[in-house]
Write a protein that binds this ligand. Structure first.
Ligand SMILES: [Zn+2]
Length: 169
């Protein structure tokens, strides 16, 4: 089932998510729905908080379904290592219509559970490393806009407020 994606300003996007205590059928269903929602959007990553569920789960696929093994599911992920720096333009399904350049480490290694509750560790570089960090931010209640500074941030926040006021957000 495709779930509605909440937008910047929704409380659930701005608070840390809780760890998953057990991978129950409800959690499996949530993961299936998140995968379907991400592909339908389409997007390369989606955190549970973006469908209004404050749990530490995200799904990612930088091939957007083009590669059979492209789909990654992380439950209770943690950083093992991060280093380097990359500067690329970034967007978010919860902030449609806005992009900005965000500094991120160039490499990131994550460990956590897969959708069957098995431990996994995945090393990423480039776009996947950026995606991991963007989704990890969501689990901590941070949206990419929050990482911007000064005028760039003010401009986006102001435009979002204006859209909200006119009921277009
Ligand atoms: Zn996002």
């Amino acid at each position: 089932m495709i779930r509605p994606i909440v937008r910047y300003g929704a409380d659930v996007l701005h608070a840390p998510a809780a760890p998953v205590t057990a991978i129950t059928p409800d959690i499996q269903q949530l993961i299936d729905d998140m995968v379907q929602t991400m592909y339908a959007a389409p997007g390369i990553g989606l955190a549970a908080t973006q469908v209004g569920v404050p749990l530490r789960i995200f799904v990612a696929d930088i091939s957007v379904g083009r590669q059979a093994d492209g789909l990654l599911v992380f439950v209770n992920p943690e950083f093992v290592e991060r280093d380097g720096m990359q500067l690329e333009e970034e967007g978010c399904l919860s902030v449609p219509g806005f992009n900005a350049t965000v500094a991120r480490p160039a490499r990131a290694t994550l460990k956590g559970l897969d959708r069957n509750g098995r431990e996994q560790t995945i090393e990423a570089t480039g776009l996947l490393a950026r995606c991991f960090q963007h989704e990890m931010d969501h689990l901590d209640g941070t949206v990419f806009v929050d990482r911007l500074r000064g005028l760039q941030k003010d401009l986006i926040v102001r435009k979002i407020k204006k859209l909200s006021r006119s009921g277009k957000w």
